[in-house]
Design a protein around this ligand. Structure first.
Ligand code: ZN
Ligand code: ZN
Length: 443
């Protein structure tokens, strides 16, 4: 038989810990549990612990209901105070987050992301599904993103104990926040949209029981400039980088070097306002995200990992500037092709003139006029042998064919050159072979 006290507390009980509610959070179905209990429950299943109503991935952990908490404090002051002391002791225990870093950051080993960068992840590996579910259950909805050590390649399987993990995982990574999640199939495949927010340096690694790596990490910030000259140098570099990026973006767009139309425009919109040169750290990361984006653009060197590890703003700006300049030369290679094609056009005209001159000297008419009947005085054309010197000697058929083939080759090659820059080598080859065939070793 239930006691009077039990009857009183029963409606205020948490369905998870079966104790009096503490800092309750209310789910869309209307049921409330302790917020901390809900967080640990969501790591395993996204359903209400009481009525099993599904909790969508898009729903963040609800905030503590202050009116319910006030009512609990009024109704059960002693029990609530005891629970508060218990939670405070747990938070202060070793292993809990400390202000200067992160005690246990789950790591997704994929690629280096610089702060501000966004990425869509297709998560299907069991250990990473668990990692993402656990992150979603936390109010902050974050985890760490790191590259596999010595490579920026995706999808590396990283297993091992602490020391082994240290060799295989990059020590500097980014804290990423989950911005959106879509379930692509019964929770076994998730599309997770993440945004990198700040950098950390991993101090120790640990393998989580669920198969992913965790790190004890500290936050990373650039060292402040050591002198006024250094600060000024960073400012000048920042301005230079801004101009270089503007020019680069224009060239990439104009020359159609994006992977898909509008890629850079979307990227710039995603990254938001450009940090001013007075914020060199943010400007450096912005530049790295533009020049070396995710998904890749394939036009610049991989600067993300070095930009992440670098702890001096001016050095990062220099890295990005070098990458932009190098990429600019690469992007403008097409300009070189265009110049060759332009240079080929007069050559084609020259060939045509040469051909006309040769045709004129040989008394050969252009092809459409070629079947013109002979003059009426020589009806059957048999007398070209008898006339002897009155007319220029007839051109032998092979030379005629040569000129015709030269003409067609030149026009086809020049057309190819002007229309399809990719055909340039083939076109040039055809012209050279054609000239050799005609016995005109001009080139
Ligand atoms: Zn509870
Ligand atoms: Zn419920």
């Amino acid at each position: 038989m239930e006691s009077a006290a039990d009857t009183l507390t029963k409606p205020w009980e948490c369905a998870i810990c079966l104790r009096l509610l503490y800092q309750p959070a209310t789910l869309p179905c209307g049921h409330s549990t302790c917020r901390t209990c809900l967080i640990s429950c969501l790591e395993h299943a996204r359903v209400c612990p009481e009525c099993r109503a599904p909790i969508p991935f898009s729903l963040a952990v609800p905030a503590c209901s202050t009116s319910l908490q006030a009512a609990l404090l009024r109704l059960f002051p002693e029990e609530t105070a005891a629970r508060a002391a218990e939670e405070a002791a747990a938070a202060a225990a070793p292993g809990a987050s400390d202000g200067g870093g992160i005690a246990e950051l789950p790591l997704f080993v994929l690629d280096a992301m610089v702060p501000g960068q966004r990425l869509q992840l297709h998560v299907f590996e069991d250990r990473y599904l668990k990692l993402v579910r656990r992150a979603l259950a936390q109010p902050e909805r974050h985890f760490g993103m790191v590259a596999a050590r010595g490579s920026g390649h995706a999808g590396l399987v990283v297993h091992g104990r602490g020391p082994l993990l240290e060799q295989r995982i990059a020590h500097v990574g980014s804290l990423v926040v989950i911005e959106n999640v879509s379930d692509l199939g019964g929770g076994a495949r998730l599309l997770v949209e993440i945004r990198a927010t700040r950098r950390f340096r991993a101090l120790r690694f640990r393998q989580h029981a669920d198969g992913y790596a965790c790190a004890h990490a500290e936050w990373m910030l650039d060292a402040p400039p050591s002198s006024a000259e250094d600060a000024h140098a960073a400012l000048v570099l920042g301005r230079e980088l801004r101009c270089a990026i503007d020019a680069w973006v224009e060239q990439v767009r104009r020359r159609g070097r994006e992977r898909e139309p509008g890629q850079l425009e979307r990227l710039l919109a995603q990254l938001g306002a450009v940090p001013p040169p007075s914020e060199p750290e943010a400007l450096g990361f912005w530049a790295a995200a533009v020049v070396n984006p995710l998904p890749p653009l394939g036009l610049a060197a991989e600067v993300r990992p070095s930009c992440l590890s670098c702890d001096e703003s001016a050095q990062r700006l220099r890295l990005c500037l070098a990458a932009v300049e190098e990429s600019m030369a690469h992007v403008c290679q097409k300009g070189l092709l265009e110049r060759i094609v332009d240079a080929a056009a007069p050559a084609a005209r020259l060939l045509r003139r040469m051909e006309d001159a040769l045709g004129g000297a040989a008394g050969i008419e252009p092809p459409p006029e070629e079947p013109e009947p002979p003059p009426p005085a020589e009806p059957d054309g048999r007398d070209d042998v008898a006339d002897g010197g009155a007319r220029p000697p007839p051109v032998p058929a092979p030379q005629h064919r040569r000129i015709v083939s030269l003409r067609s080759l030149a026009s086809v090659a020049s057309e190819l050159l002007l229309t399809y820059p990719l055909w340039l080598p083939i076109g040039l080859y055809l012209v050279v072979v054609g000239l050799q065939f005609c016995g005109l070793g001009v080139w």
